[in-house]
Design a protein around this ligand. Structure first.
Ligand SMILES: [Zn+2]
Length: 504
């Protein structure tokens, strides 16, 4: 914008006063000659202006031209001499100061004029220093001398037009410092030294590098959690590393929140893979929940999943829940109720006319020694000792027995829970393990397979892309010959897993 205004002004000037540049050049030359003749000590601006007939309109332009010319001479002499090894000599600086004073130029103006003169040299010196990846001591000294000549702090020199180039250099250096995971604190010290030689303080450097640092921390977290579970130790290391680069704990947790949500889901899916929540897995999940300030809805969801998994773990380990006595059933003294559930019972009959299915809608109760079923159309009890087997399918449970209780049971509310409680109750009553085939639970999928499958699906359901309620699933069920190979394992959300047909 400013450039355009300058340009427009020049155009107008040229139109109004086409000879101004030439005239002021001539006046400047005359004024400078007078200055040289009298030396600054004897020179008097008012007298010279009157003598040379310079009007008020031209005077500022003329004096600036004189100063620029004087400074250019000094600068060239300095550059071409041994003085280049040191800042401008005191005598040179004193002369420039006297000239400025006699010409009535203020400090701001002379600094600007000097900068305009030296700018190309400054830029060239910075550029050549930044050519290789390090600003060494001698390069740093040259820059310091330049800054001293121009009465600027080094930082002031690298402001302005040079700043984008300096920042780009520092970012690129930090990028190569942290790439390939071969981070070395010594390289950081060297980068800090380079920055300081470019006039960038440690605090400024951290500010400049902030986006890179955050990106780096994210990638470190990603690689830390890709194949290993996150431990308090490795987390502490990351916290202190981030702290070193001025990223506080709270900010770190905020920056990593999206990744932490994925990590928690992954940890949860891993814990679910064998259906058992170990003490260690539980402690790890609780720790993740407490360490990362996750969104409230995520915490609520994970907690309910942990509770659910804990319930199944308890059941699998023989600890069955107890229920109140439902109406409509007769219980023996001391009989304990472990399950009360709605169940649709499909009884299959084979007759000469073919296969026939009777459907009953009722309630199913599991106690410590039998299962009871009651509907408006049928009612019976099946002792745990008479059960030949339970097969859990995706959408129903088959009970095998010699009696009329045999058939398929559909539980609209929680089939998994019903099947788990019933099998454990049978096992406990019979003091033996009853054959319980389970489909859909990805028991025994090796950890490395799970890791690769998780990566393959990017932590999302293969069917609908959901990132919650994820479960490892055998494409071809194990009971039908499916293996635990990468190709046969996929990631599904619970809804898609339940919707998957049994008839593959
Ligand atoms: Zn899904």
């Amino acid at each position: 914008m400013a450039k355009w205004i300058e340009w427009a002004k020049r155009v107008v000037e040229r139109i109004d006063d086409p000879d101004r540049a030439q005239r002021t050049d001539a006046l400047a030359f005359a004024l400078q000659t007078e200055l040289a003749r009298l030396k600054p000590q004897m020179f008097d601006l008012h007298a010279a202006v009157a003598q040379l007939n310079i009007d008020a309109y031209d005077l500022p332009v003329v004096t600036e031209k004189v100063y620029r010319s004087v400074f250019t001479k000094t600068w060239k002499a300095w550059k071409g001499s041994d003085y280049a090894r040191s800042p401008l000599q005191l005598s040179q600086r004193q002369l420039l100061g006297a000239v400025a004073q006699k010409l009535g130029l203020d400090d701001e103006t002379t600094r600007r004029l000097e900068w305009e003169t030296a700018r190309a040299d400054v830029t060239a010196t910075f550029s050549s220093a930044m050519l290789d990846s390090h600003i060494d001591e001698s390069e740093g000294e040259r820059l310091l001398r330049l800054a001293a000549c121009l009465r600027e702090p080094l930082g002031g020199l690298s402001q302005d037009a040079l700043r984008p180039a300096v920042e780009q250099f520092l970012r690129a250096e930090f990028g190569s410092l942290t790439s390939c995971g071969n981070y070395n604190p010594e390289n950081w010290e060297s980068l800090k030294a380079s920055a300081s030689r470019l006039g960038v303080s440690g605090d400024q450097l951290l500010l400049i590098l902030r986006p890179q640092v955050l990106q780096w921390v994210r990638s470190l977290f990603a690689s830390m959690t890709q194949y290993e579970k996150l431990t308090p130790d490795s987390w502490r290391q990351l916290v202190s590393l981030a702290g070193f680069y001025d990223v506080g704990g709270l900010e770190l947790v905020t920056v990593l929140q999206p990744q932490a949500v994925v990590l928690v889901e992954h940890t949860l899916a891993d814990a679910k893979a064998d259906g058992i929540l170990t003490t260690e897995e539980r402690a790890n999940l609780e720790w993740l929940l407490s360490e990362f300030s996750l969104p409230a809805h995520t915490i609520a969801y994970v907690r309910s999943e942990i509770d659910q998994l804990q319930l199944f773990t308890d059941i699998a380990q023989g600890r069955l829940p107890t229920w109140g006595y439902p109406t409509g059933f007769e219980f023996r003294a001391g009989e304990i109720v472990h399950l009360v559930a709605h169940a649709e019972y499909h009884r299959v009959r084979q007759s000469q006319r073919g296969r026939r299915v009777d459907v009953h809608n009722g309630m199913l109760v599991v106690t410590d020694n039998r299962m009871m079923y009651s509907s408006p159309t049928t009612a019976f009890a099946l002792s745990h000792s008479k059960v030949l087997g339970i097969i859990e399918y995706r959408d129903c449970v088959e009970i095998r027995s010699g009696g009329k209780s045999a058939g398929f049971y559909y539980f609209p509310e929680n089939k998994r829970l019903a099947a788990a409680i019933y099998s454990t109750a049978i096992g406990r009553a019979n003091q033996r393990i009853v054959e319980r085939q389970v489909e859909g639970i990805s028991r025994n999928i090796p950890r490395d397979v799970r890791q690769r499958v998780w990566q393959r699906y990017g932590g999302r359901c293969a069917e609908c892309g959901s990132d919650q309620y994820l479960e490892f699933d055998h494409v071809v069920p194990v009971s039908r010959g499916g293996s635990n190979s990468d190709a046969n394992v996929q990631l599904l959300c619970r809804r898609c897993n339940l919707a998957k047909s049994d008839n593959i």
